[in-house]
Design a protein around this ligand. Structure first.
Ligand code: FAD
Length: 488
């Protein structure tokens, strides 16, 4: 039995308790009873479970977290090259990782990237915008999925085994209910069937009761479907190709808007960076088939060539004509800014890094916008991608999920401290009220930005003017930086 499987098995044996000490228990019951049962131990679900279990108040919420993937998978990553899946973390998301007590491990054992500047520029190189960090705080950190998942899992194991633990952990396991009785609020509990695969082979089913079922089970959320919550949104007819590269990029994040979609370079540790390149499905298919040398050449061309991917002289001349038109508008706007004393100097265009080597396989993901029509129902709450999926362009998907964690944890703690039934809709509604509008604002903003950057000539000339103008106004840029840092 692996170390992790052993942890889980022993934790389960030690903790076959009916939680009669919990204030949430009204009567003795044969099945396990929890205040919260979290389905999905990805980054978002794990962070919520850790946050709830670390509350040091005398009476604690009793929680359970269930993850369908086997934990060993997460541990294997430790000695490898950087993970292909990485996240741009805002400083406010990092704060939550510090509170959970795992951030120091990322810094000390594995390292992570950070950036204090971000340059966004356009295909024709006529317009660019440089965002800079506010108040000595990086704009963002770049964290590897595998290592973060591993340290969070270890934290869950530690918390579930600690004395007077308020957390149970089952992995690999999943909720197997085919329906939930959530229409009537007077039900005090939801009955949940959890199928556990001990040592990955022996299956057993555990009957559990919970005041609140939390769906942290990703974009295809089983909990969302079980609770009858619909979604709206659209496919982008784009895929993102992701891979790891080596370059001289340090401390700067780069994003170039190309006609088929944005290409982002996020700096990791030790000269590695991560590429997220959104493109049409046909182009992604072509790019994935290229051999390493040809892909590297094409990547450098996409980052550096003024006219990528234009191939004909006519294309170039047409863009040049609109570029000139943009320059004229730009001059006019510049004079206007000067006369109102609004403008300061425009940060110079920074030369993007030369990519020396592609060090990983290339993977690709379909891109979509999806939003749950509700985040809560009686005894159910959704967080993270179960509630919303967003285009990866601005690197905000997980950050939104982590903000959900902060909001839901504080609503649940407060409700619990005040003796409320935390599964009731009026308690959960506070969470939805806090998160729905900010999430919609960010998701909508990203979608609009994406569409603006896809506008063809002659609108692209007007966009160039707007972007260059924005680059001249430090106050507006600083507000945008604060939003990205999770400070507004
Ligand atoms: C190409 C790309 C790049 C991205 N880059 C960024 C970025 O730079 N920054 C950023 O903030 N976001 C980024 N995102 C978005 C980010 O990946 C997601 O927002 C984030 O992974 C959501 O986390 P989650 O925990 O909610 O869901 P998931 O990561 O999907 O985790 C869900 C978990 O639930 C488990 N699960 C599923 N079903 C069940 C079940 N029935 N029972 C038990 N467990 C279950 C899964 O195994 C998984 O562990 C990117 C996304 C893409 C596609």
């Amino acid at each position: 039995m692996s170390k992790v499987a052993h942890y889980i098995a022993s934790s389960s044996v030690q903790r076959l308790r009916s939680l009669q000490t919990s204030r949430a228990m009204s009567t003795s019951t044969a099945s396990r009873a929890y205040d919260t049962l979290i389905s999905g131990g990805g980054i978002v679900g794990s962070m919520l479970a850790c946050t709830l279990a670390q509350n040091k108040s005398a009476e604690q919420l009793q929680s359970c977290i269930i993850e369908q993937a086997p934990p060993q998978k997460a541990f294997k990553i430790l000695d490898r090259d950087p993970d292909v899946r990485v996240y741009a973390f805002s400083p406010s998301s990092v704060e939550l990782l510090k509170n959970i007590g795992v951030w120091h491990r990322l810094e000390q054992e594995r390292g992570c990237g950070h950036y204090t500047q971000m340059q966004v520029w356009d295909t024709d190189s006529q317009s660019h915008i440089v965002f800079e960090a506010n108040d000595d705080e990086p704009l963002g950190y770049v964290v590897e999925h595998g290592f973060l998942q591993a340290v969070l899992f270890e934290k869950l194991v530690e918390l579930s085994r600690s004395e007077n633990s308020s957390l149970d952990l089952f992995s690999p396991a999943q909720v197997t209910n085919r329906a939930l009785n959530i229409t009537k609020e007077q039900h005090e509990w939801l009955d949940i069937d959890v199928q556990v695969n001990d040592s990955g082979s022996i299956e057993r089913t555990i009957q559990a009761k919970t005041r609140l079922l939390i769906g942290a089970d990703g974009g295809n959320s089983h909990v969302r479907k079980l609770s009858g919550i619909g979604t709206w949104g659209w496919e982008y007819d784009q895929r993102a190709i992701v891979c790891t590269i080596q370059s001289d990029a340090q401390g700067i994040a780069w994003q170039r808007f190309l006609p088929n979609g944005p290409l982002a370079i996020l700096p990791l540790q030790n000269g590695f960076s991560s590429i997220v390149w959104s493109n049409s499905p046909e182009e992604v298919q072509r790019l994935r088939k290229l051999d390493d040398d040809d892909f590297l050449a094409e990547l450098n061309s996409a980052v550096h060539d003024e006219w990528y991917p234009f191939t004909t002289k006519e294309d170039k001349l047409e863009e040049q004509r609109h570029g000139n038109l943009g320059a004229t508008f730009q001059d006019a706007l510049s004079h206007l800014g000067d006369s109102f004393g609004l403008k300061q100097s425009q940060p110079e265009f920074m030369q993007p890094p030369e990519i020396q080597k592609v060090t990983s396989q290339r993977f690709s993901f379909p891109l979509k916008l999806a939003q749950a029509s509700q985040y809560v129902r009686p005894r159910v709450a959704l967080i993270g991608d179960a509630a919303h999926s967003v285009h990866p362009m601005a690197g905000q998907g997980l950050n939104l999920g982590i903000s959900d964690v902060g909001a839901l944890a504080s609503v649940l703690r407060e409700g619990f401290a005040n003796g409320q039934d935390i599964g009731q809709l009026h308690v959960l509604q506070q969470y939805e009220n806090q998160r729905l509008l900010p999430n919609l604002g960010m998701i909508g903003g990203i979608d609009i930005l994406k569409r603006i950057y896809e506008l063809p000539a002659p609108f692209s000339a007007v966009r160039s003017v707007g972007v260059n103008a924005l680059n001249s106004f430090p106050f507006i840029k600083s507000q945008i930086s604060k939003i990205a840092q999770g400070r507004i």
